[in-house]
Design a protein around this ligand. Structure first.
Ligand SMILES: [Ca+2]
Length: 365
């Protein structure tokens, strides 16, 4: 058929960066090309959208996930700037839900984010409620306690030595837990991880000669989670002054004001909410192409046909202004058509806004 092996065709298309779905069917080849179109639409200047339909937090999350991507993550400076601009353009002046809420809170080591296995808590520790961000220290009796992460005390760093005697560095300058973490990561490996009784005794002994009641170790827990799975960076969270205050012990969800400042409140409150959607400049468009030819499909012929006909067709068909076109290379793979949905209405969403499947026909003759 066509004087070219399917493997050769896949290789040729692979070099061009197409995802291809190929099946010999009667007298033509059927290709599925994944093309990312960069289109500009003036109504979609923001990655976030403010939904002016009051809902409880969980309802808002469901709405965003069904209609967009998720509730908005407002953590970076850029995200805050966009929220501020969006709120201004919408004439909005209150608080609206964002994708921050409390989940199961577990103690984790700063180093490799490992879950705590060994521990040596003092009798009444940890004493802070598991709904608050807290950090762990070791005292002169080798016992551990938890505290607000913002207090400034000495700390233990961890080096890359495995021997207990060389594993830890004690620093007597007083820093908050996060500042200490930054220092240890910059100068050694991380804040200290204690994995057994021997190591714990070594740290306790060092402190016997120290001048403090306690020193940070690399253990902390953070109950807050971003709905879209983004890692919560506690130092980057822009809490409104006095927040989180967890009034009544029920404030498990977070909203954002128009300056991007966040506050905890009851998840049952009815609020507008910010959804996050796919970036306006990177939609993914799937195009299924029937490629018909009775001539030999050499690499050059395939390339030329797709470039001259296929891409041109897509670009002409777009209603919005086409800013560019990217051929996605990371998805290069071959799939049998029969293993996929055979529905002609089949749609697929791969890393971009869902779009109806377009069908085109290319004649190479
Ligand atoms: Ca509050």
């Amino acid at each position: 058929m066509y004087g070219v092996e399917r493997a050769d065709l896949i290789q040729a298309l692979g070099k061009m960066g197409f995802i291809c779905m190929v099946k010999k069917r009667q007298s033509f080849l059927q290709l599925l090309l994944l093309l990312a179109l960069f289109c500009k639409s003036w109504s979609e200047d923001f990655s976030f959208i403010l939904v002016k339909n009051p809902k409880m937090w969980q309802e808002a999350q469901l709405y965003c996930r069904e209609n967009y991507l998720d509730l908005a993550t407002i953590q970076s400076k850029e995200e805050r700037a966009e929220l501020i601009k969006l709120a201004l353009s919408e004439g909005f002046s209150s608080f609206a839900w964002i994708g921050l809420s409390k989940g199961v809170s577990k103690w984790r080591w700063s180093y490799k984010d490992e879950l705590m296995s060994y521990h040596n808590w003092d009798e009444w520790e940890p004493h802070l409620p598991s709904t608050e961000k807290s950090c762990a220290f070791i005292d002169g009796d080798n016992l551990w306690g938890d505290s607000s992460c913002s207090i400034e005390i000495p700390f233990f760093c961890q080096t890359d030595h495995n021997q207990t005697s060389q594993k830890f560095i004690y620093n007597t300058s007083k820093l908050s837990w996060h500042e200490a973490q930054q220092f240890c990561r910059g100068n050694y490996v991380d804040l200290a991880t204690i994995i057994n009784e021997t190591e714990n005794a070594v740290l306790g002994a060092i402190q016997m000669n120290g001048v403090t009641w306690g020193s940070w170790i690399g253990l902390s827990r953070n109950p807050w989670l971003w709905s879209d799975g983004t890692d919560v960076s506690w130092p980057l969270l822009n809490w409104q002054q006095g927040q989180p205050d967890n009034i009544g012990g029920f404030e498990d969800c977070a909203s954002a004001g128009i300056q991007g400042e966040i506050a905890d409140e009851s998840c049952d409150s009815q609020r507008y909410f910010y959804c996050k959607r796919y970036p306006p400049f990177s939609r993914v468009q799937l195009l299924r192409v029937e490629l018909r030819s009775t001539v030999s499909l050499t690499e050059a012929a395939v390339t030329e046909a797709i470039e001259k006909q296929g891409i041109q067709k897509i670009m002409e068909a777009k209603e919005t202004e086409v800013m560019g076109l990217e051929l996605r290379t990371e998805m290069v793979q071959m799939l049998e058509w029969k293993n996929r949905s055979t529905s002609e209405e089949h749609q697929e969403q791969i890393g971009g806004e869902e779009r109806p499947l377009q069908k085109e026909t290319m004649n190479l003759n």
